[in-house]
Design a protein around this ligand. Structure first.
Ligand code: OSB
Ligand code: MG
Length: 368
């Protein structure tokens, strides 16, 4: 397959409500999309960067730059046997995994659409539907949070994840656990907001029967997570620290993570995400699919990934209306707490042209 070029596009998507984490508050998404154009098909990629480097070192303007000036020229004129060639071809450029992931996703979608094969089939999905978890942001008051959690449970979500930070942790988790009872799966995500000196404080979460605590310490502090793991009974799950199959294998061996959050963007794409799944599964470590507040495009691919056999915990795989009143694609609607895995070729969904046009703020054609 030969690429003719990439169309870069930014879309502005308002969120249904502000989403607050320990690193900041989002009220809208400025999403970078990549459309790969080949002679046979077009494919869509979604870049999960944020506008500023507050979750990972990448950011959206940086992704545009590296795609435009490094990635595209590197792929120009190359006869690709398939999207699986891209990762190695781009290895010479350090990092920039989210940018690489978006390009690989777009090319993979084009390849699979032309071949009539779905992401689910390509990645090795074994389930037709996946259970839905929901990530619930930090709020001003506990009653407001309890109302939000009630609403999500009424809608059918099977697992609740609470964002935490110092000052919004033990009391909050206690209140939610009391409200929802012991049977509902509950976990927390600190997005690196703590240090190892908070170990005793974090151990106070142990009594609430949490599935896991996600990324309490900073990204590079894998050893600190291993030390912390020995002081908590709540399992530690790394998010930000997991950047490749290699870092995953090391974190598992060190005892820094006993569950892994797999985010395809953070690790350079769906193919590396599958390798992380394989490494984890071989070590008996459960994985789940994280989210980056994706539109229907990234959501479709995440649902396919979450249907692999090692994804034994519900992911941050929620319905479109968790974040968006109007999605770019046909909306993903939850049924009995589950979403159906798309089976049509490629992502199985595409942007709805009128909606895409309306939300687009910028486009650029980058020829090969
Ligand atoms: O840490 O999981 C995270 C969103 C943006 C950046 C980081 C994270 C998140 C989420 C969103 O928790 C989960 C979702 O997309 O449903
Ligand atoms: Mg996280």
């Amino acid at each position: 397959m030969k690429l003719e070029g990439l169309e870069l596009r930014r879309v502005a998507m308002p969120l249904v409500s502000p989403f607050r984490t320990s690193f900041g508050t989002q009220t809208a998404k400025d999403i970078l999309l990549v459309k790969a154009v080949t002679a046979d098909a077009e494919g869509w990629g979604e870049c999960v960067t944020l506008p500023t480097p507050i979750y990972s070192p990448e950011y959206t303007d940086g992704a545009v730059d590296v795609i435009r000036r490094m990635i595209t020229p590197e792929l120009a004129g190359v006869e690709l046997a398939g999207a699986h060639m891209i990762g190695e071809r781009l290895e010479k450029f350090k990092g920039h995994r989210m940018a690489k992931a978006a390009v690989e996703m777009a090319v993979l979608d084009a390849e699979l659409r032309a071949a009539g094969r779905s992401f689910a089939r390509e990645l090795g999905a074994v389930h037709e539907r996946v259970p839905c978890g929901v990530s619930v942001g930090i709020m001003d008051e506990i009653p407001q949070l309890l109302d939000a959690v009630d609403e999500y449970l009424d809608e059918g979500y099977v697992r609740i994840k609470l964002k935490i930070e110092p000052g919004w942790d033990v009391d909050v988790v206690r209140a939610v656990r009391e409200r929802i009872g012991d049977d509902v799966q509950l976990q927390v995500d600190a997005n690196t907001a703590y240090t190892l000196s908070d170990a005793q404080h974090l151990a106070r979460l142990d009594e609430f029967g949490l599935l896991l605590i996600e990324q309490p310490l900073e990204e590079d502090d894998v050893l600190g997570h291993a030390d912390l793991a020995r002081q908590l009974s709540t399992p530690i799950c790394l998010d930000e620290s997991i950047t490749s199959a290699q870092t995953t294998a090391a974190a598992i061996r060190l005892g820094a993570t006993s569950i892994v959050n797999i985010k395809p963007g953070r690790v350079g794409g769906y193919l590396e995400a599958r390798r992380i799944h394989d490494v984890s599964k071989a070590s008996g470590v459960p994985v789940w699919c994280g989210g980056m507040v994706e539109s229907g495009l990234g959501r479709a691919a995440n649902i396919a990934l979450a249907a692999l056999p090692g994804f034994t915990l519900p992911g941050d795989v929620s319905a479109s209306d968790r974040f968006y009143r109007t999605d770019l694609t046909e909306p993903f609607v939850m049924k009995d707490g589950h979403l159906t895995v798309p089976q049509a070729p490629g992502l199985g969904v595409a942007p709805i042209p009128e909606i895409l046009d309306e939300l687009t703020t910028w486009t650029e054609w980058v020829p090969m």
